[in-house]
Design a protein. Structure first.
Length: 307
């Protein structure tokens, strides 16, 4: 049986990818890692990842075919890019058991050890997404139409960290499930552009019955979202002050990673692990909105014209 980690990235997220890989290898020098390119622009990020032992997903034709098929199923208006579904290739890669991780994450442990739970389950997640109800996942229509029960909706999860097994369903099963989603866009909460997460939750809740969220284990588990204000730094990791437990990983989901963002010092620590941290650069102010730019121009004209 083979175990490993999948990531999806392109050249735009080189810095995030390096920080993630440095954190991973700090705690685990052995686990195989495979990169699934997000798009055709992946040569630089793959070059940067190779010193960490990262290999390229072998069947890139399959990945491309997958995205084209999803585009055919959903059409242009369903979500902004079918490339966000490239993580679906994980189900059909070389690892018998695998962990998928977004690269806007750093880890604080040998994260692959969590796959031990796959002895009793077929799908794992590790987050508190469900505490917000079905926000960014489903609308109330899934309850109204009896698609899922209240109990099943307690299993909604963040799609940036999950683990599962190869061979749970076929490619055709995947396409059939996605076709169901395309017929009912009103089932999904796309209000904040989380276009891969709603579809992915539907797939897992429909196709995989033996699911387990690690935060529901006895004694609970620490949080992981970078917008949570109650994490405290202790050395090169964070402690969840609500549970008293060290974080397993930190996820900047929906957060731009830049100086001044939550837990920037932790991200910077891992990005430059083994290197000299560069001098801090000034944070450029955000550009003015179009309406504000128009007001500013009017003010300048007024200043020139007034006596």
């Amino acid at each position: 049986m083979t175990r490993g980690i999948y990531i999806v990235a392109n050249d735009k997220v080189i810095e995030q990818t390096i920080a993630f890989l440095k954190s991973l290898r700090h705690y685990d020098s052995e686990t195989p890692i495979i990169l699934i390119p997000f798009d055709a622009n992946y040569q630089e990020v793959f070059k940067a990842a190779q010193p960490f032992g990262v290999e390229l997903f072998e069947d890139l034709d399959f990945v491309e075919t997958l995205c084209l098929k999803l585009h055919d199923i959903f059409g242009k208006g369903f979500f902004n890019t079918p490339n966000k579904q490239r993580k679906q290739a994980c189900w059909f890669g070389p690892f018998d058991e695998f962990l998928y991780i977004d690269v806007d994450i750093v880890v604080f442990e040998k994260i692959i050890d969590n796959l031990s739970y796959l002895e009793d389950y077929d799908f794992l997640c590790c987050d508190y997404q469900h505490t917000n109800g079905t926000e960014n996942v489903f609308t109330s229509k899934v309850l109204d139409d009896g698609v899922f029960t209240e109990n099943e909706l307690h299993d909604v999860f963040n799609s940036g960290w999950w683990a599962s097994k190869k061979g749970l369903f076929s490619v055709e099963d995947l396409y059939d499930t996605f076709a169901e989603c395309a017929e009912h866009p009103d089932y999904f909460d796309f209000s904040q552009k989380t276009t891969d997460q709603p579809i992915f939750n539907y797939l897992v809740l429909k196709r995989i019955q033996r699911r387990f969220n690690l935060v529901n284990q006895p004694g609970k588990a620490p949080g992981s979202w970078a917008r949570s204000p109650h994490f405290q730094r202790e050395g090169d990791r964070l402690i969840d002050t609500k549970t008293g437990q060290p974080l397993q990983y930190l996820h900047w989901a929906g957060v731009r990673i830049q100086p001044g963002c939550p837990y920037w010092d932790i991200w910077e620590h891992y990005r430059y692990l083994g290197e000299e941290i560069p001098e801090p650069t000034a944070i450029a102010p955000p550009p003015a909105s179009p309406s504000r730019q128009w007001i500013n121009r009017l003010k300048k004209v007024y200043q020139r014209l007034k006596p």
